[in-house]
Design a binder for this molecule. Structure first.
Ligand SMILES: NC(=O)c1ccc[n+]([C@@H]2O[C@H](COP(=O)([O-])OP(=O)(O)OC[C@H]3O[C@@H](n4cnc5c(N)ncnc54)[C@H](OP(=O)(O)O)[C@@H]3O)[C@@H](O)[C@H]2O)c1
Length: 271
């Protein structure tokens, strides 16, 4: 299938590692030029060079901290300018919120989680929309997370940030359809990245069980018996970025292997 992405321009936040890197690679393989951001310059530039070499596309590396509104604005403006003044696709992906129970999470952890995972998405969307409106359309795909629709008491902070992001995605679809801009949310379950490893370490610490034992909890809650690989999320996002999927609007798609989150909480209760 030709996804008709050749020559399109895309912004992927948090594109240096993990799911964002896989999305950047997949979009570039389909013929997109991409602008990516992250806080750390070196890994960002290394990823951009690696993907440019592998695909022959132009990948712009623009360091930015999306918890800071001026940084987010400067990133979007620079990205659009470097991409030739046109932005077809925005993928909001840079996000992280600490796992833990309501008793263990500090105000600072709650604030940090919402700052990046929710307000980072608000900022990049707000600064990108005027360009898309002016050019007569665009596509926004938000990488959120299944905690927003499948609650877990150990993931109340990501769950709250995700639910807010999901609500925002659907609300904006209602507002911007008249501008030919469509929105959708992708909700991964556990995906094999550094972030996931960090969450398993936190689970192991909070539950006072070995890492290897904590690492069995998520696969046991997924009928397919394993967590996702980054490419499985990137493939879905790439399809959704295609003009072929423009009508998939104001909705959310889980890519979590059919995970039953409650099973993870029940397994934690037993320990
Ligand atoms: N992995 C999972 O199991 C999973 C499950 C559900 C949902 N998700 C969601 O999927 C998205 C990607 O997750 P991931 O696991 O791929 O994350 P990751 O491996 O930790 O990568 C995060 C990316 O975001 C960048 N980043 C972090 N803080 C930033 C900031 N303040 N400003 C700009 N960039 C920043 C990181 O680079 P720097 O550190 O250099 O800034 C990196 O490029 C997140 O929104 C996450 O919530 C992940």
């Amino acid at each position: 299938m030709d996804l008709k992405l050749k020559g399109k321009t895309a912004i992927v936040t948090g594109g240096s590692e993990g799911i964002g890197k896989a999305i950047t690679l997949a979009l570039a393989m389909e013929g997109c030029d991409v602008a990516i951001c992250a806080r750390r310059k070196e890994p960002l530039e290394a990823t951009a060079a690696e993907i440019a070499k592998a695909t022959g596309r132009t990948i712009h590396a623009i360091p930015a901290d999306l918890t800071k509104s001026p940084d987010a604005k400067a990133f979007i403006d620079a990205a659009v300018q470097k991409l030739g003044g046109k932005i077809d696709i925005l993928v909001n992906n840079a996000g992280a919120a600490a796992g833990g129970t309501i008793e263990s999470l500090s105000d600072e952890q709650w604030e940090a989680g919402l700052q990046l995972k929710f307000f980072g998405y608000v900022r990049c969307t707000r600064y990108t929309l005027p360009y898309m409106v002016k050019q007569g359309g665009g596509r926004v795909v938000n990488l959120i997370g299944n905690d927003g629709v499948k609650e877990s008491y150990w993931e109340v902070c990501p769950g709250a940030a995700n639910a807010a992001g999901q609500n925002l995605t659907i609300a904006l679809a209602g507002q911007y359809g008249k501008n030919n801009i469509s929105f959708c949310a992708v909700n991964p379950g556990p995906v094999r990245t550094e972030r996931w490893t960090g969450l398993v370490k936190a689970m192991s610490r909070d539950m006072n069980i070995p890492f290897d034992e904590a690492n069995t909890l998520a696969p046991a809650s997924i009928p397919l018996g394993r967590i996702a690989e980054v490419e499985e999320v990137a493939n879905l996002v790439t399809y959704l970025c295609s003009p072929l999927a423009h009508f998939v609007n104001g909705t959310m798609i889980e890519v979590d292997g059919g995970q039953d989150k409650a099973l993870m909480d029940r397994a934690r209760d037993k320990r």
